[in-house]
Design a protein around this ligand. Structure first.
Ligand SMILES: CSCCC(=O)C(=O)COP(=O)(O)O
Ligand code: ZN
Length: 212
């Protein structure tokens, strides 16, 4: 008997979690058209990830596949997310990362454009910092990195790698594109994504009010 390439029960559990979160995020308007991609680590060598080009609000298990940490499809002919390299980069760089979520909300997209030149969004004074693992007070500084967009995944990955130099960084923006957020598991990644979305919304509102 052939050894299966991966644990199917583990895959099915990961797919179910991805489907739950993507439906919720799509309902919030965070995945317009077919935007966004989502993954969960399946051990040291594999991740379950969304197939490229799917409507993320209507995913079924058949829309989620397995890749190795070199972005190669495992036991499937489907094409993984065009941005799979950004997911596996995080899994390779940080062994404790268990899930990666990527969305394109209007707030994330606009903030990425507004702060592209500065290279980060300076977040200050938010009680919601405490939703970010490793942050216990509002009296700290959180600079959310912003990298330039690129259709070349090697270029984009290198830009991201260069800005992830501090402990307890849980997200970055790609200018004009969207947000990547991650965590030890999908619940934590989702908490980080929701926290960044809220704080970015506050920053944009303060700019409207002329306070930034
Ligand atoms: C239509 S959105 C453009 C591609 C993108 O940024 C994205 O998040 C979705 O790409 P995927 O290949 O993961 O479907
Ligand atoms: Zn994207």
């Amino acid at each position: 008997m052939n050894t299966p390439a991966f644990d199917h029960n583990l895959y099915a559990g990961c797919a179910a979690q991805i489907i739950t979160h993507t439906r919720e995020l799509a309902a919030k308007g965070f995945t317009p058209a077919t935007a966004g991609n989502f993954s969960i680590r399946m051990g040291p060598d594999h991740a379950a990830i969304t197939i490229s080009g799917k409507d993320k609000g209507r995913l079924t298990e058949a829309d989620i596949m397995v890749v190795n940490m070199g972005n190669e499809p495992v036991a499937t002919h489907h094409r993984p997310s065009a941005e799979a390299a950004l997911h596996t980069h995080l899994y390779r760089k940080f062994p404790d990362v268990g899930a990666v979520l990527h969305t394109h909300s209007p707030t994330q997209t606009i903030a990425g454009l507004l702060y592209a030149e500065t290279g980060h969004v300076p977040l200050r004074g938010y009680e919601l910092f405490k939703a970010l693992r490793g942050h216990a007070t509002h009296e700290t500084k959180v600079d959310l990195p912003v990298v330039p967009n690129s259709q070349d995944m090697d270029t984009l990955t290198a830009s991201v790698d260069a800005v992830l130099t501090q402990p307890n960084q849980w997200g970055y923006l790609i200018a004009g594109h969207g947000l990547y957020a991650w965590g030890r598991d999908i619940s934590e990644a989702r908490r980080h994504l929701d926290a960044f979305e809220f704080m970015l919304g506050c920053e944009l509102e303060m700019r409207r009010l002329g306070a930034r």
